[in-house]
Design a protein around this ligand. Sequence first.
Ligand SMILES: Nc1ncnc2c1ncn2[C@@H]1O[C@H](COP(=O)(O)OP(=O)(O)O)[C@@H](O)[C@H]1O
Ligand SMILES: [Mg+2]
Length: 238
Amino acid sequence: MFLEAKNVNTYYGESHVLQDLSLNLEKGETVALLGRNGMGKSTTIKSIMGLVSPRSGEITFKGTKIAGLPSYRIARMGIAYVPEERRIFPNLSVLDNMQISIRKNGERETEATDRWNLERIYEHFPVLKDRTSQKGAYLSGGEQQMLAIARALMGNPDLLLVDEPTEGLAPIIVKEVRDVLAEIGEAGVTILLVEHNLKVAMSLADRVYLMGKAKVGFSGTVEELEAQPDIRAEYLEV
Ligand SMILES: Nc1ncnc2c1ncn2[C@@H]1O[C@H](COP(=O)(O)OP(=O)(O)O)[C@@H](O)[C@H]1O
Ligand SMILES: [Mg+2]
């Protein structure tokens, strides 16, 4: 198994936010993690990335136990994170925003022969090429999201964790972000996607996990979920 989380328990203080959460990803898959607000989707991603430390349970990535490791070590092993808040440096140019992550991640061993570099990034993100010397502060929400994804790719991740990439974006920009994620998936990057836009999630994902409170309640293919409207109602609709 490429990534496996098994009986993960994560707390914020006394609050038991992930309760025996288990999920897994095969290499090359795009998997969507869906559920209502507050169920623990972002905490799941942060637990994998090492931004919060699970109190118990196991997370293994390419056969190595990573639960509890600091996030910079997890990043070096090939996991990249695109946070919900995007965290673009407002005073740095688009180019510097992307290059800062190369330095941060250092040179990483990777099996990939087609490494992500600026040239390849600009092919997939023409909008960033046009705005390469623009400061982060002057980018639109959609451009910031593209930059956040591009910056994550500069570290040549094998696994990309993406939290709510289309949130707050206009429909036409939602489609652009969707399309770029589809291209990244087709390029062989494994993706764990948290997404509130069901149509976007279903169009990208090979498989879907639905989170109920603090744990996974449904796991199946997109087709299986489409065939079970009652499950959708239980986990997604308000
Ligand atoms: N830093 C934090 N400190 C305390 N509680 C938090 C923190 N972050 C999230 N929570 C709580 O943990 C639960 C799960 O949050 P989160 O993982 O962000 O859910 P989701 O991403 O599914 O909306 C929520 O009840 C939320 O209020
Ligand atoms: Mg969230």
